[in-house]
Design a protein around this ligand. Structure first.
Ligand SMILES: Cc1cc2nc3c(=O)[nH]c(=O)nc-3n(C[C@H](O)[C@H](O)[C@H](O)COP(=O)(O)O)c2cc1C
Length: 472
């Protein structure tokens, strides 16, 4: 099914919730299956250190066009039989403006593996989702996904104006890059990847994937559509009930009595204006029901992007015990989702499922010593010495302040990198035995999942979710 006529996009949910298993199941069911493109360098390295028990990663690596590069990754991380109990995962390189060769290779390989596995054994359509906020990761990640023949790239959490050109450049075998904001620097920097330098004569011909921009404001859609160089192939219009990160309300942020952001008329997207741009669009955020799909079509949309319903499907990357607890809470009506305005180091509101024993539990939050060793949400800044440094308001407070950050920015921040990685069974074990806690995000509207649970009390597969959405 061509990517622009698909009626259901399965949301790209990080870290690894939109696993290759989930995306493959949705693509097989005839809709657009999407893998999350966040932190695939660390997750491939950790899967290899867990011994790659089913051999999936190694099978994908055997199909990688540059076998010497695949062997370097394998040699560095693969542990036959997995880690000894209690042994921490080996660190992976942090994102940087001038990434090391190994860092780029790991990102390329990790993205290749996830897309290759999602596409294996069927002719369906597979996309990958990136976050514009994580600018430093994008060029190498996109190259890896394109080497595996990704059909669609989706990007939200920012203004993805340079992504169309990046994809075109990479498809032509040219150096591709994006601008990077460096706090305190008068000019923008650039992070790039050079396909020829990395793969040499092993570089196969690449196809340019389609690009869908995930936006939450009419003006942003209009801005991106205005120029050939920034125009996406379509939009996902995401409202504030969607899972994961949300765009903040426009204007000054007002909070309700529960401390959640209040959205108003100014936040509504004018769909007639979006339709007038002439590009296909999908609606996201509480549209994951058969009636939601019908309503979206009536509003002129090509279809819907659905997250929560698929996050709770059997093929989701969430750890089985978390999935059980979430489905249990759904069935008993006790599962609550809140919007945290301070939770995410990005500063964007972030949806949090209120589960005991996770970082949403104040005791668990207080007990965690801050540290920043994955660093995907670090942002570059100019040091007093004129060099580029990196900081994250979720890191230890003193380090953040030493780097020129404002102490007030650190309050309430959670380490999304470590906790979201823990959610998919790849959480770090510290040398003292401390296990990184989970933090689960879901959409704010649980009506669809609740209805599907009534139909499938023992849980549902992605294909069953698709069939229900299609009203079959
Ligand atoms: C667990 C989870 C993680 C998510 N992570 C991301 C992400 O990394 N990037 C992104 O663009 N959207 C992310 N989303 C948003 C979804 O892709 C989708 O747009 C949204 O969930 C749709 O709303 P719904 O959950 O009401 O169906 C996430 C959603 C969930 C539930």
């Amino acid at each position: 099914m061509p990517a622009t006529t698909t009626s259901i996009i399965q949301g790209g949910m990080g870290v690894g919730v939109s696993s290759w298993q989930l995306a493959r199941a949705v693509a097989r069911a005839g809709q657009l299956g999407v893998v999350s493109g966040v932190a695939l360098d660390a997750t491939v390295a950790r899967r290899l250190q867990d011994g790659d028990p089913d051999g999936h990663v190694r099978r994908a690596l055997a199909a990688f066009p540059d076998q010497a590069m695949a062997a370097r990754v394998l040699d560095r991380y693969f542990l036959a039989g997995g880690r000894e109990p209690g042994r921490p995962y080996r660190p992976t390189p942090k994102l940087a403006l001038r990434p090391s060769r190994h860092s780029q290779e790991l990102a390329v390989v990790g993205n290749f593996v996830e897309v290759w596995l999602a596409k294996e054994g069927h002719g369906g359509t597979v996309g990958i989702n990136y976050l514009e906020k994580i600018q430093l990761a994008t060029p190498a990640a996109a190259l890896g996904a394109m080497l595996a023949g990704v059909d669609v790239v989706l990007m939200g959490a920012g203004v993805p104006r340079e992504t169309p050109q990046l994809l075109t450049d990479l498809a032509d075998g040219r150096v591709g890059g994006v601008g990077v904001d460096v706090a305190g620097a008068p000019e923008r920097y650039r992070v790039e990847v050079d396909p020829v330098d990395l793969l040499g004569s092993n570089l196969p011909p690449l196809t340019r994937p389609r690009f869908l921009a995930i936006v939450s404001a009419t003006v942003l859609a209009a801005y991106l559509a205005r120029d050939d160089s920034t125009r996406p192939d379509g939009f996902v219009i995401e409202g504030p009930v969607a899972g994961g990160h949300n765009a903040p309300p426009r204007g000054t942020m007002t909070l309700d009595e529960d401390g959640e952001p209040v959205y108003g008329a100014r936040d509504a997207v004018a769909l007639d204006k979006v339709a007038a741009l002439g590009l296909p669009f999908w609606l996201a955020g509480a549209y994951g029901t058969p009636d939601g799909l019908a309503a979206a079509r009536e509003l002129g949309a090509a279809g819907v992007q659905v997250g929560t319903l698929f996050a709770l499907a059997s093929e989701s990357g969430l750890r089985p015990d978390l999935l059980d607890r979430l489905r249990g809470g759904l069935g008993s009506g006790t599962l609550q989702v809140r919007t945290g305005v301070r939770t995410s180091p990005t500063g964007f509101p972030f949806k949090v499922a209120e589960l005991d024993g996770t970082l949403a539990d104040p005791e668990v939050y207080e007990a965690r010593d801050r540290l920043c060793d994955l660093g995907y949400l670090r942002t570059p800044y100019l040091t007093r010495a004129g060099r580029v440094g990196y900081r994250c308001p979720g890191e230890p407070e003193d380090a953040y302040v030493r780097k020129g950050g404002d102490l007030a920015d650190t309050v309430g921040r959670m380490c999304l990198c470590n906790s979201l990685t823990a959610d998919i069974g790849l959480g770090q074990t510290r040398p003292d035995g401390y296990q990184e806690p989970d933090l689960v995000t879901l959409g704010g509207d649980l009506g669809g999942p609740r209805r599907l649970l009534e139909r499938h009390p023992a849980g549902w597969t992605a294909a069953q979710a698709v069939a229900w959405l299609e009203d079959r």
